[in-house]
Design a protein around this ligand. Structure first.
Ligand code: CU
Length: 139
């Protein structure tokens, strides 16, 4: 004769997590809209990028297809400019020939004109200076 002691403990499933706050909806953060209006004219005279001792003066520019972008080295040091990003040149068949491969060297007081024929967004970088990047939008 055996007694079965039934440990009938009321087992309450804790479902308290059902009320977990789902209010973590990440509200979409607005993109970095700097709201800089690009030049509306196609005058080549305004399409100049100045180079300082270790960077571009501005990091983006909008030009029209076929426009000439002038690189004006006023910073007192040499630069090596190519298509690419973060000091690395990358192939881009649509980019101007001068920016292909290892790109072009420039030193003060040189001004080098580059014609952007094909519409597109081109990332340019200097292989000498970290964080020396420029985005050229041709449209
Ligand atoms: Cu540089």
């Amino acid at each position: 004769m055996s007694r079965l002691s039934r440990a009938a403990l009321p087992f309450r499933a804790l479902t308290a997590l059902t009320a977990l706050a789902l209010a973590l909806a990440a509200s979409g953060c607005g993109g970095g809209d700097t709201g800089s209006a690009g030049p509306t004219g196609t005058s080549d005279s305004g399409n100049t990028i100045f180079l300082t001792g270790d960077n571009f003066v501005q990091h983006s520019i909008h030009i029209a297809p076929g426009a000439t972008l002038r690189f004006d080295d006023t910073g007192g040091v040499a630069h090596q400019i190519c298509v690419g990003e973060d000091m690395r040149c990358e192939p881009n068949a649509r980019a101007p020939q001068a920016l292909q491969g290892a790109g072009f060297g420039i030193k003060p007081p040189e001004i080098k004109p580059v014609v952007f024929t094909n519409p597109g967004v081109y990332h340019l970088t200097c292989t000498i200076h970290p964080n020396m990047n420029l985005v050229v939008t041709v449209s």
